[in-house]
Design a protein around this ligand. Structure first.
Ligand code: GDP
Ligand code: IMO
Ligand code: MG
Length: 423
C-alpha cells in the first residue's frame, strides 16, 4: 500500500487536523513528520474539541498507530502535558511511538527564541516563541540533543554540558539573561525520560515495515507550504520542511512509497505572525472573515490575518508538492459575502505575474489582480452533497480548481466530521 501525504498549502491552519481525523478511518498509521508544538491542529469528535500540538491527529482512533517521526523537535514537557490532556477525556495512547532520532527542545531554545524576537523588534518573525527555530538550528549545527539521549542520562549530561558552555555565553553576554544550570536541567529531563521511556522507538523502521505489510500510512504535515524553510516567504517561515518532499525526509521513507499527496486549502487565506501577504484585508471584510471563521491561533491565541483566496500561491503549491488532490476547507465561512474575490496574479511595477515571483521584493510589493465572482449568501453548513450546494458555491469551487490545476475532491463546510462533502 502506498503512503498518503497531507500538507497545508497556505500559511498553516488550513484545517489539516480535521481532514487528517476524517481520513484516519481508512488508515493504520498516522505520522507527524516535521515541526513541533508550534502546530495546533483542531479535531472535533464525539462532542470534544481537541487542540493537538505534537500528537498526530489519528490519536482519536484507538486502532491506529500514531507516530511522532524523526523530523520533529520535541519539547518533552509539552508532549507529556498533551498526553495528560487527552487521557483526561478518555483518550489513551497505547499505540504511540516517539522517534528516538527526533531532536529535543531544551530550555535554552525557548529562551533564545523569545530573546531573539525581542532583539529583532519591528523586524521580528512573529514566531510562536516555543524554541522551534533554535532547536532546528542546533540540529543542523550538530550540537542538538536527541530523544534517544533521554535513554542514557550520562550521555545526556555530557552533551548538555558542552551545549551550555556556548548557550550560557550567548544568554548572558548577548541577551543579558541568567545562565542555566546543568543539574537543574538534568533533573528536569530525568523526570521526562522516566515518563517517555516506554514510547521511544525506531519510527522509520515501523513505518517502512507497515508499508511492506500493505498497511495504510498517512503522513500529516504541520504548518504549510508558505512557511517552508526553502520555498516559503523566507525569513518569515518556520525552520522545517512542511512540503511533501519533507515528509519523506522526516518519516524516513522513499519518495517511491508515496502515491497520494493531498493539499489542504482554506477557501480564503490566513496567516499568523509577520511577513508578506498580498491578499490581506485590513478592513471590515477581513474582520468579518476573522469573526465568522473564528480565526485566532490554536497555539498562541493571536488573531490571524485574513484575506481573499490566492490562486497564485495554490498553483505554486500544487507544482512544488505534486498535489494529486485538494481538500477545500471552510467554504461555509464565505457565506456572508455578496461577492468574492480570487487573486489570479500579482502586479508589480507594471508587470503582471501569474506565477510565484522568485524575488522577494516583487512578492513584498505585489498588488493582487482580482477576479470578482458572485457569492451565495446563504448558509451551507448543513449541506452534504456537492450537487446540493448553491450554484454560485459550485462555480467558486470549479473556478479555484481550474486556476490551481489539481482536482478538489473534498469540501469542508464546518468543523465536524460530518460536515464534509466528497466529489
Ligand atoms: P490546522 O492547523 O491546519 O489543523 O488548522 P487549525 O485547527 O489550526 O485551524 C482550523 C480551524 O478551523 C479549527 O478551529 C477547525 O475546527 C476549524 N475548521 C476546520 N474545517 C472547517 C470548516 O470547514 N468550516 C469551519 N467553519 N471551520 C472549520
Ligand atoms: P499549524 O500546523 C500557522 C508560524 C508562526 C510564525 C512562523 C515561525 O497549526 O498549521 P515558529 O515558532 O515556527 O518558528 O514560527 O511560523 N507558524 C504557524 N502559523 N500555523 C502553524 O501550524 C504554525 N506554526 C508556525 O506564527 O509566523
Ligand atoms: Mg493550526
Amino acid at each position: 500500500m502506498p503512503a498518503t501525504i497531507l500538507i497545508g498549502t497556505q500559511w498553516g491552519d488550513e484545517g489539516k487536523g480535521k481532514v487528517t481525523d476524517w481520513l484516519a478511518n481508512d488508515m493504520d498509521l498516522v505520522v507527524r513528520y516535521q515541526g513541533g508544538h508550534n502546530a495546533g491542529h483542531t479535531v472535533i469528535a464525539d462532542g470534544h474539541e481537541l487542540k493537538l500540538h505534537l500528537l498526530p491527529s489519528g490519536i482519536l482512533h484507538p486502532n491506529i498507530i500514531s507516530i511522532i517521526a524523526s523530523g520533529l523537535v520535541i519539547d518533552p514537557k509539552a508532549l507529556i502535558k498533551e498526553l495528560d490532556e487527552v487521557a483526561e477525556i478518555g483518550i489513551g495512547s497505547p499505540n504511540l511511538v516517539l522517534s528516538a532520532n527526533a531532536h529535543l527542545i531544551m530550555p535554552y531554545h525557548r529562551l533564545l527564541d523569545q530573546a531573539s524576537e525581542l532583539k529583532l523588534g519591528s523586524s521580528k518573525i512573529g514566531t510562536t516563541g516555543l524554541g522551534i527555530g533554535p532547536a532546528y538550528t542546533d540540529k543542523a549545527s550538530r550540537v542538538g540533543l536527541r530523544v534517544q539521549d533521554l535513554l542514557d542520562m550520562k550521555i545526556f549530561r555530557e552533551k548538555l554540558e558542552v551545549a551550555l558552555i556556548f548557550k550560557n555565553q550567548v544568554l548572558t553576554k548577548i541577551y543579558d539573561a541568567e545562565p542555566l544550570d546543568v543539574d537543574e536541567i538534568v533533573d528536569e529531563y530525568k523526570g521526562y525520560a522516566e515518563r517517555l521511556n516506554g514510547i521511544i522507538g525506531d519510527a522509520s523502521r515501523i513505518i517502512n515495515d507497515s508499508l511492506d505489510e500493505g498497511k495504510n500510512v498517512l503522513l500529516e504535515g504541520a504548518q504549510g507550504m508558505m512557511l517552508d524553510l526553502d520555498y516559503g516567504t523566507y525569513p518569515f517561515v518556520t525552520s522545517s520542511s512542511p512540503i511533501a518532499g519533507g515528509a519523506c525526509v522526516g518519516a524516513g521513507i522513499s519518495p517511491l512509497r508515496v502515491k497520494r499527496i493531498i493539499g489542504i486549502a482554506k477557501a480564503y487565506t490566513t496567516r499568523v505572525g509577520a511577513g508578506p501577504f498580498p491578499t490581506e484585508l485590513e478592513d471590515a471584510t477581513g474582520e468579518l472573515m476573522r469573526k465568522v471563521g473564528v480565526e485566532f491561533g490554536t497555539t498562541t491565541g493571536r488573531p490571524r490575518r485574513c484575506g481573499w483566496f490566492d490562486a497564485v500561491i495554490l498553483k505554486y503549491t500544487a507544482k512544488i508538492n505534486g498535489l494529486t488532490e485538494i481538500a477545500l476547507t471552510k467554504l461555509d465561512v464565505l457565506s456572508p459575502f455578496e461577492t468574492l474575490k480570487i487573486c489570479v496574479g500579482y502586479e508589480y511595477e507594471g508587470k503582471v505575474y501569474d506565477y510565484m515571483p522568485c524575488h522577494q521584493t516583487v512578492f513584498h510589493g505585489a498588488k493582487p489582480v482580482y477576479e470578482e465572482v458572485e457569492g451565495w449568501n446563504t448558509d451551507i453548513s448543513d449541506i452534504a452533497t456537492y450537487d446540493a450546494l448553491p450554484k454560485a458555491a459550485r462555480a467558486y469551487v470549479d473556478r479555484l480548481q481550474e486556476l490551481i490545476g489539481a482536482p478538489i475532491t473534498m469540501i469542508s463546510v464546518g468543523p465536524s466530521r460530518d460536515q464534509t462533502i466528497l466529489r
